[in-house]
Write a protein that binds this ligand. Structure first.
Ligand code: HEC
Length: 189
C-alpha cells in the first residue's frame, strides 16, 4: 500500500513536470530566462506568425540604421499581432538587430544576436551578472570589449557594436531580478 502511494506520488510528479516543465515552448526553462530576448529570437517569433509582405521584402532587401528600422517596424505593428505585442525595448532591440544584420536571406539561418553573444562569450572569465547588471553607454561597452582583458573574445568589430547596442537597451538589470545562484561569487578573475 505504502509503495503504491509512493508510486502514485512519483507518477503525478512526473505528470506535472511533463505537462508544465518546458513552459514556453522554446525549450527548457533555464536560469538565464531573465535576460531579455535578442533580435534573433524576436525576429523568429514574428516570422512564426508570418511576416507582412512589405516588411518581409524590407528585411530581405534593405539595410538601414536603427531609426529607419524602428520606423519600419512601428509602421508594420498594426498589421501584426506578434510585432504589435513587442514593447518599446523589444522593438528597439529588433531595430538594432536589423540595422546590424539586414538584408537577411529569408530562408537562411539568422546571425547570433547580443543575447546569444553574451551567453556564448562572456561567461568564461566572470559570471554573466558582471555584464548584465551594468547600465552603461555604447562607448563604455565598446571600451570594455576593446580593453586588453577582452582581446581573446572572438568577435568582429561589427559584432562588438551589435553586442554593445543590445546591452545598452537590455542590460542594467537590477540585482534582485537576477537568480540568486548568479548573484554570489561575482567575478572570478
Ligand atoms: C578572457 C576572459 C574574459 C572574457 C571572455 C570576458 N571578460 Fe569581461 N573581464 C575580464 C577581466 C579580466 C575583467 C577585469 C579587468 C577589467 O576590468 O578589464 C573583466 C571585467 C569586465 C567588466 C567590468 C569592468 C569594466 O570594464 O567595466 C565588464 C562590464 C565586462 N568584463 C564585460 C564583458 C563582456 C561583455 C564579455 C563578453 C563579450 C566579457 N566581459 C568576457 C575578462 C574577460
Amino acid at each position: 500500500m505504502k509503495r503504491l502511494i509512493v508510486l502514485s506520488i512519483a507518477m503525478s510528479a512526473l505528470f506535472f513536470f511533463s505537462v508544465l516543465g518546458p513552459a514556453n515552448g522554446q525549450g527548457d526553462d533555464d536560469i538565464f530566462d531573465f535576460i531579455p530576448a535578442g533580435g534573433r529570437t524576436l525576429l523568429e517569433t514574428i516570422r512564426e506568425e508570418g511576416l507582412q509582405p512589405d516588411l518581409a521584402a524590407s528585411i530581405a532587401e534593405s539595410g538601414g540604421d536603427p531609426a529607419t528600422w524602428r520606423a519600419t517596424l512601428d509602421a508594420a505593428k498594426s498589421g501584426s499581432l506578434a510585432l504589435g505585442a513587442l514593447d518599446d525595448w523589444q522593438t528597439d532591440t529588433l531595430a538594432h538587430y536589423l540595422a546590424a544584420n539586414a538584408p537577411l536571406d529569408p530562408g537562411g539561418e539568422l546571425p547570433r544576436d547580443g543575447r546569444d553573444m553574451a551567453l556564448e562569450l562572456c561567461q568564461s572569465c566572470h559570471i554573466i551578472t558582471v555584464v548584465i547588471t551594468q547600465d552603461r553607454t555604447r562607448e563604455a561597452w565598446l571600451r570594455t570589449q576593446n580593453s586588453p582583458s577582452h582581446v581573446e573574445v572572438k568577435t568582429t568589430a561589427a559584432e562588438r557594436e551589435a553586442l554593445a547596442d543590445y546591452l545598452v537597451i537590455n542590460a542594467g538589470i537590477p540585482i534582485d531580478l537576477v537568480p540568486p545562484a548568479l548573484r554570489a561569487g561575482g567575478a572570478s578573475y
